[in-house]
Write a protein that binds this ligand. Structure first.
Ligand code: SAH
Length: 260
């Protein structure tokens, strides 16, 4: 486990004060890597003021222009949401979220993604994540300030990290197979970028096979994306699947066109 491999990603934050407060929360809890996706008003003196002694986190923060760029090289991505969304996705509790991030950070870069103050994360953004986490707040008012949400989940990460250090083992007895996968596997997990290129390739082949009609997509690609993120393929498995797609394309190229 390696806290420097756990990145906090803030998507299109409107208020620079929230960026500063998030940086402070991160530093309090021992996290260092902050990525800002298209912040509305940044750099900003307000962010510096709210960061207090966490200026180093802001100094080292990376600004990127898409969520894909922020998480491309990550093997595990967890998205946060104040409410449930249209297509059900694998959910984890805050403590389980922290445990997964801490464990997976031993082998992979990992990310915890936070949304906009007014609209949270879009469905497309949430579908890039392997799991979703919701802080079980008051049902009558479940939406926390984004920096407060960063604090709550960073604290969970801190607790999971301290528990792991304390027990001197990376994995506790109760952990299910997906964590052993993150620790003991022979191949690194596929990154978000690997899965995205596989899905783009798969979509292309499914269109050629007339299995998928982009004019009438239903939820095919979303469901295949959910399947891929749920099974967490490793790099070798993704390479095999890509090879199968390439062979399928080669066979299709050979097939005589029935119209000719
Ligand atoms: N109205 C928005 C709320 C956004 S709150 C919506 O319905 O989605 C801004 C961000 O704070 C969210 O995108 C999420 O990253 C975080 N957040 C707020 N409340 C949360 C909760 N209960 N659980 C997890 N994250 C939360």
């Amino acid at each position: 486990m390696d806290l420097t491999r756990i990145r906090i990603v803030l998507v299109q934050t409107s208020h620079p004060g929230n960026i500063g407060a998030a940086a402070r929360a991160m530093k309090n809890m021992g996290l260092t890597k902050l990525i800002l996706v298209n912040p509305k008003d940044y750099p900003s003196g307000v962010a510096l003021g709210r960061a207090a002694s966490a200026l180093d986190i802001l100094d080292n923060a990376e600004v990127v222009d898409s969520l894909d760029a922020a998480i491309a090289n990550c093997g595990l991505v967890i998205g946060t949401s104040a409410r449930s969304r249209s297509i059900p996705w694998p959910m984890v509790e805050p403590d389980e979220c922290a445990q997964k991030l801490v464990t997976a950070s031993g082998q992979n870069d990992v990310a915890l993604v936070f949304g906009r103050e007014d609209r949270g994360l879009s469905n497309d953004e949430l579908q890039l994540c392997h799991f979703h986490v919701q802080i079980p707040a008051n049902e009558d008012y479940s939406s926390l300030n984004v920096a407060a949400a960063v604090m709550v989940l960073s604290y969970e990460i801190r607790k999971a990290f301290l528990r792991a250090v304390d027990s001197q083992t990376k994995v506790s007895d109760s952990i299910v197979s997906s964590e052993s996968l993150e620790v003991n596997w022979d191949q690194p997990l596929a990154t978000v970028a690997d899965i995205e290129s596989f899905l783009a390739h798969l979509e292309k082949v499914l269109i050629r096979l007339d299995f998928h009609d982009p004019e009438n997509p239903r939820q095919l690609m979303s469901r295949l994306r959910r399947l891929c993120t749920r099974i967490r393929p490793d790099t070798m498995e993704i390479n095999i699947l890509r090879g199968i797609l390439t062979s399928t394309e080669q066979q299709l190229d050979k097939k005589p066109n029935p119209q000719e």
